[in-house]
Design a protein around this ligand. Structure first.
Ligand code: NAP
Ligand code: ZN
Ligand code: ZN
Length: 348
């Protein structure tokens, strides 16, 4: 067993606190990762505060994990000690169903095993996440990371990155397409970077006027204040794709209206309340709504290699572990630039 230092939520309403526990021993295909950086996703906050229901405590959140391989099981092929590697939102799946054999394991028919807030497939070991000093994971769900990239900026690629890359690729976004991104947070800023890199003309839809200059720096060509009805009206029926990266409760109608004929609303934001849906907004322009959950093992590695080739990383604010509760409060105020990343050296 490996002793680990971490921060955990003990109840839905209390602040995260220091928490020591032990990771299990390595099995033949497992690696032990010394965690260097761990990103802070809004899904961590949703789950720590039980906003989706069914949360299990104590909970060590964190699923944007990068670090160095410290030990390998005897049948590990992809990694050796000292390699830089990453772990994302998923640490296991059934491995035999169609989605698993297609390497889209996030859609495993039995349900994927999350990095935290659940049990591993032995139904006994508690899965605990990346706000911790070390993690033990099967190499199938661990990714190679290029040493060319700024490591703190790589951590968010493991969730915010793949979650926005995957639907943009699925929707076949290409040069000349008009793409709008709603919500300039962790996911939204990666969606802007990827859509721009794919050659799209990108519009940021934000509730925060103060983010306009940053949106442009990230590569967005246009900025629309989504709370301004007149500005939104001018954008109606303009876009091939709108990516909904919004964490707070909201309706789809204002974003659906922006879609041109055959336009697609790519939903990745996961607020706790169900949105209202008006079928008239769907039949108009033959619009569709497509949900998307992270990405599978193959596409996650592809995205990381794409980022290494194009020199894409997240814009991050590196924080010590002890700042996590303030970081959550700032995230709730949409005050994120554009991902908090925990330096795990602060716990060692
Ligand atoms: P985040 O960094 O907190 O950013 C969310 C942004 O949404 C805010 O900065 C704000 O941007 C905007 N926003 C917040 N409340 C709003 C509201 N009521 N109406 C309109 N805009 C609002 O969050 P994140 O980490 O990017 O995560 C975003 C969502 O994606 C979360 O719900 C998370 O759970 C979900 N998620 C899904 C997946 C998946 O696999 N599908 C993976 C990861 C995360 P502006 O200031 O620009 O308005
Ligand atoms: Zn996430
Ligand atoms: Zn499966």
């Amino acid at each position: 067993m490996f002793p680990v230092k971490a921060y955990a939520a003990l109840t839905p309403t209390s602040a995260l606190v220091p928490f020591d526990f032990e990771r299990r021993d390595l099995k033949e295909h497992d690696i032990l990762l010394d965690i260097q950086y761990s990103g802070v996703c809004h899904s961590d906050l949703h789950q720590a505060r039980d906003e989706w229901g069914g949360s299990i405590y104590p909970m060590v959140p964190g699923h944007e994990i990068v670090g160095r391989i410290a030990e390998v099981g005897k049948h590990v092929k992809k990694f050796k000690v000292g390699d830089t590697a990453g772990v994302g939102v998923m640490v296991d799946s059934c491995r035999v169903c169609k989605p698993c054999t297609d390497l889209t394991e996030q859609y495993c028919v039995e349900g994927m095993t999350g990095t935290y807030n659940g049990l591993e497939r032995d139904k006994v070991t508690k899965a605990q996440g990346g706000y911790s000093t070390r993690i033990v994971t099967d190499e199938r769900y661990v990714y190679n990371i290029s040493d060319k990239l700024y490591l703190p900026g790589v951590a968010p690629l493991l969730c915010a990155g793949i979650t926005t890359y995957s639907p943009l690729r699925y929707a076949n976004v290409k040069p000349g397409d008009k793409v709008a991104v709603a919500g300039l947070g962790g996911l939204g800023h990666m969606a802007v970077k990827f859509a721009v890199s794919l050659g799209a003309e990108v519009t940021m839809l934000s509730t925060s006027k103060a983010k306009e200059a940053d949106a442009k720096k990230l590569g967005a060509h246009h900025f629309v204040l989504s709370t301004d009805q007149a500005q939104m009206k001018k954008q109606e029926s303009q876009f091939n794709v709108v990516v909904d990266c919004v964490s707070g409760n909201h309706d789809y109608a204002p974003y659906l209206k922006l879609l041109a004929v055959n336009g697609k609303l790519l939903v990745v934001g996961l607020p706790s309340e169900e949105p209202k849906l008006d079928p008239f907004q769907l039949v108009t322009n033959r619009r569709s709504i497509i949900g998307s959950m992270i990405g599978g093992s193959k596409e996650t590695q592809e995205m990381l290699d794409y980022c290494a080739e194009k020199n894409i990383v997240a814009d991050v604010e590196v924080i010590p572990m002890q700042y996590i509760n303030e970081a959550y409060e700032r995230m709730l105020k949409s005050d994120v630039k554009y991902r908090f990343v925990i330096d795990m050296a602060s716990l060692k």
